[in-house]
Design a protein around this ligand. Structure first.
Ligand code: GTP
Ligand code: MG
Length: 412
């Protein structure tokens, strides 16, 4: 009896803890502004997801709804009617929300085409700042006003509210990239990865983040490769006694065409393969690539066929680029070799996803799948481009690594 209730307690505890832990990593954004200024549209533009896709919202207060998906929490507050004298009641409603819900940033929306800031906006914005909230002012519907009108609005805002507004339009071409950076600056570190992952307007940021991961994993690879050499000396016998798991991993690695694995190097290659597998997994997550594959646009092609095209591209790319780096490889240690291969495969992978998504989220009619074909056709051009980017970054990793290893004499 006791143990039954203990189990139940544990189960409930685990569930709650898991929820708490996940929730902790979700950016919490509060939308504020008059009705019809474009709060909901903004969410759709930045995250390429409708609030309705988040599922049924839950009320936070009578006048606000909390939408939550696996990575993000949006609190949508009811807009006020422009022209009505509602300063106090609106302020009170917004205050109630931030007292209940710990929001990370407020996206305060004002429509450019209203040509003025209302008293409600002025007062509510100031109140939020006084409550120590991070408030980002977004001028929506900017394409509906002339350049001069927009300038005028921005001037009023910087005079009255002492903040730099971000201009948005239906097409979103304006300040969306800067808006993303401002959010990152203000969001707590623990939720930043989820924000980078969910936003769909600054793909360069995804590339930057993936690149950092490539460096991290490349260095791990280098260190692993050195320690495995030492480990090998002591465990040679055990290695020859191959377990089923061992063979299984060997098979996967061979079918992934990452590298030809020679028998005596297999342990090192397996740790490296795991490392690389984890790197790929994280890059996929940064780009939220599975969403695309499961999405509406690609249905003619299956998940598997796209993955196999990517892997094919990746292995061709790796072969080709490694030839460029042959000089490094001959000169440097095994550790450096692991660094180079891990880094380059991650980098190519990230670039493939980057090109793919760029076409996916752009308004051009070009189908993403044709991008993959183009990449295959223009492989040389594509790889040259990447090669040029890899060179400086990789040199700096190698220099750091070798300096730590005391291997300066490898430079010759
Ligand atoms: N031209 C233009 N229209 C926009 C823009 N943003 C939103 N709209 C349109 O404005 C209308 C209202 O947009 P919503 O996103 O529903 O506005 P909201 O602030 O969420 O409105 P409420 O939830 O009712 O308070 C819709 O018809 C949108 O299509 C924009 O940047 N440019
Ligand atoms: Mg709305």
């Amino acid at each position: 009896m006791v143990s039954k209730s203990k189990n139940k307690f544990e189960k409930v505890f685990q569930e709650k803890y898991k929820r708490y832990k996940n929730e902790n990593k979700k950016p919490r954004i509060l939308l504020v502004g008059a009705t019809g200024v474009g709060k909901s549209s903004l969410i759709n533009n930045i995250f390429k997801e409708n609030l309705a896709d988040f599922g049924a919202g839950m009320p936070v207060t009578k006048s606000s709804t909390r939408y939550e998906n696996e990575n993000l929490i949006i609190i949508d507050s009811e807009g006020y009617e422009i022209g009505e004298n509602n300063v106090q009641s609106f302020k009170t409603k917004i205050k109630e929300i931030v007292e209940i819900e710990e929001v990370h940033v407020v996206w305060y929306c004002i429509a450019s085409c209203n040509h003025r800031i209302t008293e409600v906006d002025l007062d509510t914005f100031k109140m939020l700042e006084q409550l120590n909230k991070k408030v980002i002012l977004i001028l929506t519907q900017s394409e509906l006003v002339t350049e001069n009108e927009a300038l005028f609005m921005k001037q009023i805002i910087s005079n009255e509210l002492n903040t730099k507004p971000f201009e948005m339009s239906n097409k979103l071409a304006l300040d969306s990239v800067e808006l993303i950076y401002r959010n990152l600056e203000w969001l707590p570190e623990i939720v930043r990865d989820n924000f980078i992952k969910k936003q769909k307007v600054n793909l360069d940021l995804k590339k930057e983040t993936s690149n950092k991961k490539c460096l991290q994993f490349a260095l791990v690879s280098g260190v692993q490769s050195v320690s495995i050499d030492i480990l090998n000396k002591f465990t040679e016998e055990k290695l020859e006694n191959q377990s089923p798991q061992f063979n299984f991993i060997l098979n996967i690695s061979q079918s992934m065409m990452m590298e030809k694995i020679s028998e005596n190097e297999s342990l090192k290659n397996i740790t490296e393969l795991f490392n690389r597998y984890n790197l790929f997994k994280q890059i996929l997550e940064i780009y939220e690539f599975e969403n695309i594959l499961n999405g509406k646009i690609i249905n003619e092609l299956s998940y598997n066929s796209i993955i196999s095209i990517i892997i094919n591209l990746l292995s061709k790319g790796l072969d080709k680029i490694l030839k460029t780096f042959k000089m490094y490889i001959q000169l440097l240690s095994k550790a450096a070799f692991s660094i180079i291969t891990t880094y380059i495969s991650g980098y190519i992978f990230s670039n493939i996803l980057y090109e793919f998504e760029k076409s996916f989220y752009s308004d051009e009619t070009e189908k993403p799948i044709s991008i993959i074909e183009q990449l295959e056709n223009k492989l040389d051009y594509f790889l040259e481009k990447i090669s040029a980017e890899i060179h400086p970054a990789l040199s700096s990793v190698l220099v750091n690594f070798l300096a730590e290893e005391g291997g300066e004499n490898c430079y010759v």
